[in-house]
Design a protein around this ligand. Sequence first.
Ligand SMILES: *Cc1c(COP(=O)(O)O)cnc(C)c1O
Length: 358
Amino acid sequence: MARVMNFNPGPATLPLAALERAQSEFLDIAGSGMSVMEHSHRGKVYEAVHNEAIALVEELLAVPDTHAVLLLQGGASQQFATVPMNFLGADQSADYVVTGSWSKKAVSEAKIVGKVNIACDVGKDGKFTRIPKQEELKLDPNAAYVHITTNNTIAGSQWMSYPDTGSVPLIADMSSDIMWRPLDVSKFGLIYAGAQKNIGPSGLTLVIVDKALVAKGRTDIPNIFRYSTHVDNNSLYNTVPTFPVYMLRNVMAAVKEAGGLAAMEKQNLAKAELLYSAIDGSDGFYRCPVEAGSRSVMNVVFNLPTPEQEADFVAKATAKGLVGLKGHRSVGGIRASIYNAAPLAWVEALVSFMKEYK
Ligand SMILES: *Cc1c(COP(=O)(O)O)cnc(C)c1O
């Protein structure tokens, strides 16, 4: 059996070490005679896995004591709803910066809960090809929070530095770029990420939240939707997705072993640089629609001269073991998702295929 070079956008490739560890522990974890999936979420064996997963997230991201790490269900899409449910009061408004389809979805959900101010929409004139500058943001100093999407998985753009929101809490959907490099968590009121892009399998959502913000959250919503419920119960209010948490633990351990987030950053920048250079140096055969300075290090999107050539490119690449390169159905083109777990060698193979195909 040969494993392919997997450029899927999500669920996405996972570190081989994390998968092999799961394989070796699958039938019997910690000498307990059963799989982690068969353990009670309140038992000692699972509890050790749960707390280790949280501790590794805290260590890798240097999460300050002011913030809590939560392991939840419902995906990033549920966070689109729970963020405003908790923090958008009836007489308030929240600022949203729209940089792609996922930001738009976050806005639609927030609008059901309360008042939304679009601080900036870079896709107003058609396509999402850039990240706005600070001066373009029409921020409301009295906003409940400011919401951004740090990496636009479909459009292929990414915030390289985050906006200054003054005393207004900054809330970020980091689903597709959390842990791509070290991060100053203290700058954020809340960070959320569906695990299935850069840190684990689907079924698990990582949330990192300022406990002072949680304390001010609304209490007129059901317990299950309140961040305070999950902070108070160490994410064990109800049954957690134990196997995805176990896999997150394995991925975090593999990332740590590989040198942590500084090593991830170095490798991710090298991969992106190699791929964008191949696109820009192709005499216009390959074209990246995203402006320089806004280009994503995680999801590299590009076009060929025609949609027919794009389909042919994907088919021929797949035949060579380079899979998952088809762009999102809403935008077409090619997308190479090169998350932490995609090694430089895969990008080298892709670049050499691109030269040969051209
Ligand atoms: C994939 C993705 C989502 C949706 O995640 P689900 O876990 O499927 O709800 C939201 N935001 C971004 C940036 C994504 O990449």
